[in-house]
Each structure stands twice: as C-alpha cells, then as structure tokens.
Write a protein that binds this ligand. Structure first.
Ligand code: NAD
Length: 485
C-alpha cells in the first residue's frame, strides 16, 4: 500500500478516489515552512449528493452485516493504521505543524485505538428491557440511524476524525465525513487504508472542502439524519441553526476555556509537570488545554517563578526536530488570530511574563508560523482574554484566596468543557469537582483518557456526549417494543 501524499488529494466516494466535480482545489500548506505541498478538493453540494447516494445504497447491506464482520473490518483498519504509523505521523506533522514525536506518540496511535475500541465495543453493546410484572415486557431496539454526517477540526486531525467515524460505522451506519480543510491529509490516507482493509464501497465516504461549501451541504442534506460535529462554538451555532428545524440528531463538541485550579497542598512536582503540558501541548491547540491557571494566593509567587522558568526551556523548533517541544501554529490565519489575542491582552493591561512574540526558527522553518509559549498575569476574570477561547500557546495566571473564590473564577466564563483540580485533600477535590461547571474534570492529572467515559462539555462547550456507550447510543435510534404477556 502506498501512503505517500499525492499533490492532488481526492474525495473517497462509493469506494473510489475521485476528483471534486467542480475541478476546484484549495492550497494545502505546511505551517512549519509556509509552503504549499498539496491541493485539497474544494467540494460542494454536488459531491455531497454523490456521497449521500453511495451511503444510502450501502446502508441496507452494512446495517445488517453481523457485528462480528463489522468488528473484523474495523479492526483491520486499526491494524493498517498501526502498520503505517511512520507515514501517517509524518503526514500529520507536515499538515498540522505539531512535533513529529507527538504525532507518533499520541495522534496516530489514538486513531487506531478509536477503531479498535469501537470495533470491540459493538460486540458488547446491549440494550435495555423493562418488565411490567405479569403484564408486559418492553425491550429497546437500538437500530442504526442510516446515513450520518461527521465533521471534524484541525487540531487533532486523524484522532478526532476517527473518534466519530469509528462508532458511527460500528453501530451500522453509513457515513459522509468531512475533515478540516486545514488538515485533510491523514483523512485522505485513511481512504486508502479503508479500501485496503476491505470496507465495502459507500459505507464510508470522505468529502473534502470548506465549512461553508461542503460542511453545510452535509448538515443540510435531507437524507443525513444525524450530525456529529467537533469544532468552534461559532460553527456549532450555525450548524445547530441548520439542523434543528430538520429535527436531526446533533452532537456538538465545541470550544473551551478551561480552568486549572491549583491549591497550595498539591503534589508540587506532579502539578508543575502536568501544568506545563496542559498549557502548551500541541501549541495549546487542544480543546482540553487549561488556559486559565488559577493559583491559591499563598503559592502564587512561587508558582509564577518556577513556571516561567520551565516555560523558558520549552524549545520552539522545527516539528521534525526531536527536541522540539513547540511546533508551528496550524495556519497563517490562526497565527494572526493568536497574535491578535496577545495584543488584546496587552491592551487590557495584562503583563506578559514570558513569550508574546512570533518566532522564526532557522533553516527550512524560517517562514513558518511559530509563537513563543506565552504566560500573562494581571487580568480581570471578566476581560476578553479570560473569557474568550484563544486556542494557542497562551495562558493567564489568576490568584484566589478561598475555595469559593476559586469556584467563582472557574465558573466565570461561558464555556464548560474541562477542568483540572490539584489538591491532596480528597474531600475538597470531590466538593470542587461537583461544583465546577464542566463536562470533564481531572483531579491531580490531565488528559488521562479512558475511552469508555462520557466526553463532552456544558454551557457553550457543546451538547451531547461522545465516548463509550454514549457514542453508540448517539449513533443508534432507540425503539421501544412493548409486548403484552
Ligand atoms: P471550525 O469550527 O472552524 O471547523 C471545524 C470543522 O467544521 C471543519 O471541518 C470546518 O470546515 C467545518 N465547518 C466550519 N463551519 C461550518 C459550517 N457552517 N457548516 C458545516 N461545517 C462547518 O473549528 P476549527 O478551527 O477547525 O477547530 C478549532 C475549534 O474546535 C476550537 O474552538 C476548539 O476548541 C474546538 N474543538 C473542540 C473539541 C471538543 O471535543 N469539544 C475538540 C477539538 C477542537
């Protein structure tokens, strides 16, 4: 199997790799070098129509394929991802700018884990029954929905694309999927893998293009009955407005502005190592990154001094360099957005303790989009910098005196995706965990993921939950059958 990246990517429709009907393409840019390295199909509603027709045609057979068979083919896809780890990781890094070691260690292994997890999951999936003593028995049928749409973002490209596709396919649906037009390459390579793995034609269709031109056509298509979306709150709002009047099932995983709450009794070394990661992993471009660091007043100065010194040592460099701890920001557009946010923080009176500037590494990356990891203090909890998602290597420090104040700060913004709590006091950990308005809470750890757990946010961070049974329930329709005894 050849997993080299061609200059022109193609859509994957009805088992075939085909060019967009319009013949139009979008430049694919390596953010570490600012060079165009590929062309991405600029698909529109006509390509989506083809994909939907292929999916509809494949549905009767795929939805009745025994779970043991679905398990086998999805597991084969996972095997092929593992066997091609090196090529996929290099493609991900070239497309996204993240360090190559990170693509190898996290992104690609997680993509195969997603397939393996849901391939196995569907073998164990069960539905409920409710007995009415001697009157009747109810049982719940959980049936595949039909054709579903999956739309994913650029920050964890293959990782999040497969996190949706795998449960949708495992549950017996046929899928029309769109990766981000900013990072579509590994999704294209996945089409080649699916062909090789023997996934029947039309079961998965991958259509490339922009949110407006292609994404909205997927959301609006009358034959697509459910949409699973991960991306910005702004796009989520638009998608909800298109899908709600058609009564489509919706799962929306949106933005975050996560608090990292540090109490003075924390395990200092563990907290410091994890906080560096939760602040700057993937250049801060993970929806789960803790961008608001809340520190108990008695340890604020000590934390600030040590944290800033540790941040100073994070090497911003070519993502192919093994020592790179910070790769490139994903695109010029996002680079400009993050730099503007830093400027806003300055104007709001924030003090930049470290970072705040663009970086131009030597050599091939001289024109790439790199930003120093940035730490800011002295801002009010209600300012733009502390209220709006930046989604880059930028964190703010705020201090608190009491547990109540920590909670007030944590819950001050409109997002509610994830939070981290650092304390050795188990009662406090439980109290605070129950009161923080977030869908995901980590106590004395960060990004420790069990794929069986419910994953998703509250408030403006989204609607619905992914992961484990939640995902398999989302991708099936529940039907109650009541039989009188
Ligand atoms: P984005 O919303 O711009 O795009 C995400 C995807 O949606 C892309 O494929 C895009 O083409 C498509 N899209 C955009 N507008 C659309 C529309 N009107 N109709 C249909 N599709 C549309 O987000 P992004 O910039 O790619 O990703 C970053 C955002 O994703 C951040 O806000 C981040 O917090 C969020 N995110 C959330 C999670 C989570 O699990 N909650 C995970 C990762 C990223």
């Amino acid at each position: 199997m050849n997993l080299s990246v061609p200059y022109h990517l193609e859509n994957y429709i009805d088992g075939l790799l085909i060019a967009p009907l319009s013949g139009k393409f979008i430049d694919g840019i390596n953010p570490a070098t600012a060079e165009v390295f590929t062309q991405i199909p600029d698909s529109n509603e006509k390509d989506v129509e083809l994909a939907v027709n292929a999916a509809k045609k494949a549905f009767p057979s795929w939805s009745t394929t025994p779970v043991e068979e679905r398990f086998k083919v999805l597991n084969r896809i996972a095997d092929l991802i593992d066997e091609n780890l090196e090529a996929l990781a290099l493609a991900e890094t070239t497309d996204n700018g993240k360090p190559l070691w990170l693509s190898k260690k996290v992104d690609i292994p997680r993509a195969s884990a997603n397939f393996r997890f849901f391939a196995t999951g569907i073998m164990h999936f069960a539905s409920e029954s409710h007995i009415m003593e001697d009157k009747a028995v109810n049982y719940t049928l959980r049936q595949p929905i039909g054709v579903v749409g999956c739309i994913s973002p650029w920050n964890l490209p293959l990782y999040l694309f497969t996190w949706k596709i795998a449960p949708a396919l495992a549950a017996g649906n046929c899928v029309v999927a769109k990766p981000s037009e900013v990072t579509p390459v590994t999704a294209f390579l996945l089409s080649i893998i699916c062909k090789e793995a023997g996934l029947p034609a039309g079961v998965l269709n991958i259509v490339h293009g922009t949110g407006q031109g292609c994404g909205e056509a997927i959301v609006a298509h009358p034959s697509i009955k459910a949409i699973s979306f991960t991306g910005s709150t702004r796009a989520g709002e638009r998608i909800a407005s298109l899908a709600a009047p058609k009564f489509k099932k919706l799962s929306l995983e949106l933005g975050g502005k996560n608090p990292n709450i540090i109490f003075s009794d924390c395990n200092w070394g563990k907290m410091m190592n994890s906080t560096l990661q939760s602040s700057f992993a993937n250049q801060g471009q993970i929806c789960l990154c803790g961008s608001r660091i809340l520190i108990e007043e008695s340890i604020y100065d000590k934390f600030k001094a040590e944290f800033v010194e540790r941040v100073r040592k994070l090497t911003v460099a070519d993502p192919l360099d093994e020592n790179s701890r910070q790769g490139a920001i994903v695109s010029k557009m996002h680079f400009d957005k993050v730099m503007n946010c830093i400027e806003t923080a300055r104007q709001e009176g924030g003090k930049i303790l470290i970072g705040g500037n663009a970086v131009n590494p030597d050599g091939r990356c001289a024109k790439g989009y790199f930003i120093e990891p940035t730490v800011i203090e002295g801002l009010d909890c209600n300012c733009k910098t502390n209220m709006e998602e930046i989604f880059g290597p930028v964190v703010t420090l705020q201090s608190f005196k009491t547990e109540e104040e920590a909670l007030q700060l944590a819950n001050a913004c409109d997002y509610g995706l994830a939070a981290t709590i650092w304390t050795q006091d188990i009662s406090r950990a439980n109290r605070v965990a129950a009161k923080v308005e977030s869908g995901i809470i980590w106590v004395n750890c960060w990004l420790l993921r069990d794929l069986r757990t419910p994953f998703g946010g509250m408030k403006n961070s989204g609607v619905g939950r992914e992961g484990g049974w939640e995902a398999l329930r989302f991708f099936t329709d529940a039907k109650n059958v009541c039989m009188q005894l």
